[in-house]
Design a protein around this ligand. Structure first.
Ligand code: HEM
Ligand SMILES: [Cu+2]
Length: 545
């Protein structure tokens, strides 16, 4: 059963005149580098962002290895500063922001709305090229002396003091911003203009509402980061005196500009993940999502209220008490729409016929880890508590629970859910479950211990530390090895799946949204003819009745 009035098969079997699947339709590297097919662009984003993840992950393992002992273990203090800066910058700007919209979003969005491609296919390819150019500038610092400012590039250290490669890295991030804006633009116009006949807004999969909300933030917030980085570059290159107190500037102004983007940016990171979770929970429990409209509009609410809380990163910057109280209050407010999602996902699972396939295991892991991340965010939103926890490992643990426990886990769940559709291959469910368990256990061992470290006063970004913190640091480091083993096992069985996996059927999980009506992998044009939508994406009840 599906959203179309026609039977499932009509849109899967390539009819006469239609090419083979999008992977084999054309061959040769140039057919990829010049493609405007959203699916191919999605796959290239997947390969690029996953490479960035592996690079950032390697830096993380080296950081954790250094933290195994309170004194020098494997690297110098300078190297440590450079390593966490690049880890944070690579993971944030090259992996987590572009990964879900660029890879899964590009592959899925046109198919989910019943279209052949996004609204501006050439702009879509340009967004990928801008990503690659931005990545080259950012990573060139690996051979030009590194960067040691922290991923936030705070002034005046970044503008006047450090001798590391601030200009090339910040220029790289500046370019990456345009890649993000173009992706958002394409998604908003495609959703408004290219939905198949019959697909009203409330018939859209919730993944699309999340991508829509993400795109709004990408378009509205990213220009602020662009301007901030241009001013930093001008300050460093020409000493224009906008941030440097010695020249009449204000370094705290930089923090306002930076976080006015970077807090909404955490929603660019988490909203797409939340969209994936709605899909996984509905399909693998065969239940209509509880409170569809509430879940849909909570994405929009998160995107908008998320613009009002940036000051909670600056409670210790000397901002006025009134500003701090308002930012603290608004931070509690922004937690409400996230809570709505979590409770609606739980209500959806209730009495569902849950299939514990790998995607669902990741979805259940997300529910636990994201809740811990979200709740500890409320701790940090509390003025009196944050004064003690700011810049400690409690903060490091909090954002890893939200960004790794949330977004990365959702990304992996989505990757396993749509892998058969993207590649035409099945993977080993047994190895999938083992790897998910290793990731879940390794992650909690690595980062839960850091909540304890932070609450006992262990500062972040410290190369050496007091002996009393060593047992927990060592425990955390061992956790990072288990986490690394889980990711490694996943790479092994997914590569194996590409080489010798069983061919995937069009609809391995029994989903009802449009991507499951196409072939696995889909033909270049996606559909033999434009589908007509008569039912919602989660009408499992109707199907059962
Ligand atoms: C996958 C396993 C990961 C491990 C083991 C890990 C570990 C670490 C460690 C040890 C630090 C440095 C702490 C300090 O000295 O202050 C750090 C910082 C950071 N990590 Fe991760 N991380 C991981 C994944 C991620 C991911 C996926 C992101 C995604 C955005 C991320 C973003 C950051 C950021 C932004 C910082 C702060 C860097 C700074 O202080 O400038 N990490 N991480
Ligand atoms: Cu924030």
């Amino acid at each position: 059963m599906s959203q179309t009035v026609t039977t499932l098969d009509v849109n899967t079997a390539p009819a006469a005149g239609h090419g083979t699947d999008y992977i084999r339709a054309k061959s040769g590297i140039m057919s990829w580098l010049t493609t405007v097919d959203h699916k191919r662009i999605g796959l290239m984003y997947l390969a690029s962002t996953f490479t960035a993840f592996l690079m950032g992950g390697l830096f993380a393992l080296l950081l954790r290895l250094e933290l195994l002992t309170p004194k020098t273990t494997i690297m110098s203090a300078n190297m440590y500063n450079q390593m966490f800066t690049l880890h944070g910058a690579v993971m944030t700007f090259l992996f987590i922001i572009p990964s879900i919209p660029g890879a899964l979003g590009n592959f899925l969005l046109p198919i989910m709305i019943g279209a052949k491609d996004v609204a501006f296919p050439k702009l879509n390819l340009l967004s990928l090229y801008l990503y690659w150019i931005g990545a080259l500038f950012t990573l060139s610092s690996l051979i030009t002396g590194g960067i040691d400012t922290g991923w936030t590039f705070y002034v005046p250290y970044s503008s006047t003091t450090t001798t590391t490669s601030v200009l090339s890295v910040t220029f790289g991030v500046f370019i990456l911003g345009f890649s993000s804006i173009l992706t958002g633009l394409n998604f908003i116009v495609s959703i408004h203009k290219l939905r198949a006949p019959g697909m009203g807004w409330y018939k859209m999969p919730l993944m699309l509402w999340s991508l829509y909300a993400t795109s709004v933030v990408q378009i509205l917030a990213t220009p602020v980061l662009g301007i901030t980085l241009l001013l930093l570059i001008a300050e460093r290159a020409f000493g224009i005196g906008i941030f440097d107190p010695a020249l009449g500037g204000d370094p705290v102004l930089y923090q306002h500009f930076f976080w006015f983007y970077s807090h909404p940016a955490v929603y660019i990171m988490i909203l797409p993940g939340m969209g994936i979770i709605s899909e996984l929970i509905a399909v693998h429990s065969r239940r209509h999502v509880f409170g569809y409209k509430a879940v849909a509009f909570s994405s929009i609410a998160i995107a908008l209220v998320g613009f009002l809380v940036w000051g909670h990163h600056m409670f210790t910057s000397g901002q006025s008490e009134y500003a701090a109280i308002i930012f603290s209050f608004l931070t509690f407010i922004v937690a409400i729409p996230s809570g709505v999602k979590v409770f609606n996902w739980l209500a959806t699972l209730w009495r569902g016929s849950i299939a514990f396939k790998t995607p669902m295991l990741y979805a259940l892991s997300f529910l636990i880890l994201f809740s811990i991340g979200g709740l500890t965010g409320i701790f940090l939103g509390m003025l009196s508590v944050d004064l003690h926890l700011h810049d400690t490992y409690f903060v490091v643990a909090h954002f890893h629970y939200v960004m790794v426990g949330g977004t990365v886990i959702a990304f992996l769940g989505g990757l396993h859910h749509w892998w058969p559709k993207m590649t035409g291959k099945m993977y080993s469910e047994k190895l999938g479950a083992i790897s998910c368990a290793l990731v879940f256990i390794g992650f909690n061992v690595t980062f839960f211990s850091q909540f304890v470290l932070g609450s006992r006063g262990m500062p972040r970004r410290y190369y050496n530390y007091l002996d009393q913190f060593q047992p927990l640091h060592a425990f955390s480091t061992v956790g990072s090895w288990i986490l690394g083993a889980g990711f490694l096992l996943m790479i092994i069985y997914l590569v194996q799946s590409l080489r010798s996996g069983a061919p995937a059927p069009a609809n391995p999980w029994g989903g009802l949204s449009l991507e499951w009506t196409t072939a696995s992998p889909p033909i270049t044009e996606n559909f033999v003819r434009t589908p007509v939508v008569t039912k919602g994406a989660y009408d499992f009840n109707t199907e059962n009745a």
